[in-house]
Write a protein that binds this ligand. Sequence first.
Ligand code: PLP
Length: 390
Amino acid sequence: MKRKEVNSSRMPVYRDAGFELYDAATTSDAFKMESEHQRVPDKYIYSRYRNPTVVSAEEEIMKLEGCDWALLTQSGMSAIDTALSIFQKGKETNPWLFFTEIYGGTISFIESVLKARRGLDIQYFTPEEGKYNLNEFEKLISVLKPELVYIESISNPMLIVADVIEITRISKKYGSKVILDNTFATPWLFKPLNYGVDIVIHSATKYFSGHGNLTAGVICGNDKNIMQSAIEYRKFVGHMLSPDDAYRLQTQIYSFELRFSRQCENAAKLAAHFENTSVISKVWFPGLKSHNSHDIAEKLFSGKGYGAMITFDFEGKSKEEKKSRRDKFIQLVSERIKLIPTLGDPHTILMPVEAIWGVKYPEPGMIRLSVGFEDYNELFGIINMAIAVL
Ligand code: PLP
């Protein structure tokens, strides 16, 4: 049966594992073109290489990020692996420099895979008192001359905002590529490629998907050589996103700006309220003047918002009192605010910081909220009801 043209306004889900190539000459041309790793192939060959539904979702992300290419992968972690691995050159690889305040899963990947298995020379740069000292950074990078510098725009769970503009400027001075995980800030707050960052990564599982119902990652950029290496790497290791997930992601991305702007708004109101709540001893939110990187957030995000994550600590005379407040709060809000270890969901969700980060952040009263796009008054009501009886 011949496929009929259907007057659909959307790219359909092409689930084909392999695509029809008709004859030997077309096959030969298709493989020749594929080896050039162009962003959109002339002919599709095999879905692990390229898939039209995935390309269509990538083009939606390119519009958001304002960039020349975007490549989707099965998860944020496979996006991170792709972005980093294309710079690995066997024994010739120069050191890679990572800021320490990055996603715990990325740290585990660095330690277990990049260091322990691949034997790479990994170096770290640590903040001082919740702030990156860029003079110290320049001292380190001028000696180390790393192949690449890896940062997150807003860190987790202390929400330190990195001065990406300055860090990129310094890194370029010493010939390093800059790779930035912009999952928490999203292009709605900040478009790092405009400031010379080489690769932007997102866990699209979070705000791009925005509904807590799919796992995906993406890398974005403007440099054609980087794109070609990444297309090749994704194909060889099989990091390609499935067409079904690409279709759902594309549909969910249409509402990204509406959702995320509302999430930022809800978070800002809630953080301001927490600062005036007596049972809360400290609030970390880059929109508050009390936050260590408020000035950097102002500079980078131009007052549009400050992200939708809040971390706070319960007041208590002892660790036991703090812990008991935390546990009581989690229980009191549990009907509407669930303990789910992810972020960027439609509804506000929470994580007890000490239970996840333990040694690094041992404070038993700390909670990290991923603020949703639900009605603010409803959210405020639930939280206030719990706080009133703590
Ligand atoms: N980057 C950040 C900042 C994250 O928070 C996460 C996951 O939480 C990842 C990357 C990994 O993404 P994924 O879980 O989609 O693999």
